[in-house]
Write a protein that binds this ligand. Structure first.
Ligand code: GLU
Length: 419
């Protein structure tokens, strides 16, 4: 039992156990690599619009400092607790190490339903959270970014609150900011763009025709909607999408640009069409070429994994597949190619890294350079995963995580016990 105990941290620990066995990491070294270096819980009081005071609980978990500052998003969601945040921080570590970024993993969040807040309340909560975090973060300590329920505007409030305290602009304290406030071109699109890029790469490797292929996308936030749009622009028929309000299905392919316009105007897919509505629980198992879970953790369990009827699973979300489902997918790996989360959605943190570098240097890149360098890093990580999976005849997730874990292990071994 630890303060992190709960289903999501158990899942991260189980996955780590598989990798540690495969890498033959001695028992006494394992907690050193898995357990977060530090975690903080804060209370964030705000004035509600009706004049009352509400207090929200916020967290930040910094997994390790072995390779540089910690890096990771901040989530505003009702499901957030310290165990989920810790698991997400651990996954960020393997993700950053696999991409070769000079970071450890972190994650933070507030247990709140952001759709129940007015814009003023959201600003007050964002600012208060960052204010509470000031002693624990810094451009060379821990750098935040967006995640579920947060966006560029929240990052701008975080940056502004930290900067007020410092008495100067410190753009490099967070990434995922609006371009007009020190952000980088290509960050908003980066995660979805990376998901689509790797999906196309696997489709080419499997000799699947891209134009006319079919895809299902679960989640229509920043990751799902951009991935769907990129694929739509390549001629892929996105036959089903869903968000927390419901799902839509159209065998001939949905009009993704139109759906994005609707979601931007109304905040969700709700109200788009009652004719196209379908059961959200069923979309992952529709027959199609590509399934993209881009919403929450643990949506593909062993039963769903058994019933998948696709060629590629491209994990846009963090932790969408349970360890039990991994056993099924490993057995089915000749039928279904898995692009594991720590690779598939790493385009976001890769471009966050570019944003941090640009802010530190005050030298800004063209979007074309951002995208070119992003794809270069994704290709390198993908190649390393495939080579490793073939060499050791292991599942893609095992290969990808092992590369990340061993980089952290080796750096810790070389440095000592501090980080
Ligand atoms: N929240 C994103 C993730 O889970 C991005 C993190 C970042 O850019 O630092 O990868």
């Amino acid at each position: 039992m630890t303060i992190y105990s709960g289903p999501v941290f158990e899942m991260a620990a189980t996955q780590f156990g598989v990798i540690a066995d495969y890498l033959a990491i001695p028992e006494d070294v394992r907690p050193r690599i898995l357990m977060p270096k530090r975690a903080v819980t804060v209370s964030c009081p705000i004035h509600r619009d009706d004049g009352s005071i509400a207090v929200f609980e916020g967290y930040r978990v910094q997994h390790h400092l072995t390779l540089g500052p910690t890096k990771g998003g901040t989530r505003f969601a009702p499901s957030v607790d310290i165990g989920e945040v810790a698991a997400l921080a651990v996954w960020m570590s393997w993700k950053c190490a696999l991409a070769g970024l000079p970071y450890g993993g972190a994650k933070g969040g507030i247990c709140v339903d952001p759709s129940a807040l007015s814009n003023r309340e959201r600003e007050a909560l964002s600012r208060r959270y960052m204010q509470e975090m000031i002693p624990f973060v810094g451009p060379h300590t821990d750098v935040m970014a967006p995640d579920m329920g947060t966006d560029e505007q929240v990052m701008a409030w975080f940056m502004d609150t930290y900067s007020m305290y410092q008495g100067k602009t410190v753009a490099e304290i967070v990434t995922g900011k609006p371009v007009r406030a020190g952000g980088t071109l290509g960050r908003r699109e980066a995660t979805g763009r990376g998901v689509a890029y790797l999906t196309r790469r696997v489709m080419n490797d499997l000799q699947l025709r891209i134009s006319g292929a079919t895809a299902v996308v679960q989640g229509f936030g920043n990751v799902g909607s951009i991935a769907a749009l990129e694929l739509y622009n390549d001629g892929v028929k996105v036959i089903a999408v869903s968000d927390h309000t419901g799902a839509l299905y159209r065998a001939a392919g949905l009009d993704i640009p139109d759906l994005i316009t609707h979601a931007a105007k109304h905040g969700s897919l709700a109200g788009y069409s009652s004719e196209l509505a379908c059961d959200p629980a069923e979309i992952l198992t529709l027959p199609c070429d590509v399934v993209i879970p881009a919403a929450r953790e643990r949506v593909i369990d062993a039963d769903v994994a058994d019933r998948l009827r696709c060629r590629i699973v491209a994990e846009g979300a963090n932790g969408p597949t349970t360890p039990d489902a991994d056993l099924v997918l490993a057995r089915r790996q000749n039928e279904i190619f898995l692009i594991p989360d720590i690779l598939c959605n790493s385009g976001g943190v890769v471009v966050s890294y570019f944003e941090w570098v640009q802010d530190l240097q005050q030298l800004f890149w063209e979007e074309e350079e951002v995208v070119r360098r992003q794809y270069q890093i994704l290709d390198r990580a993908f190649d390393q995963m495939v080579v490793r999976a073939r060499r050791d005849r292991v599942f893609n997730r095992t290969a990808a995580m092992a590369i990340g874990v061993e980089r952290v292990r080796d750096a810790k071994h070389t440095r000592g016990l501090f980080p």
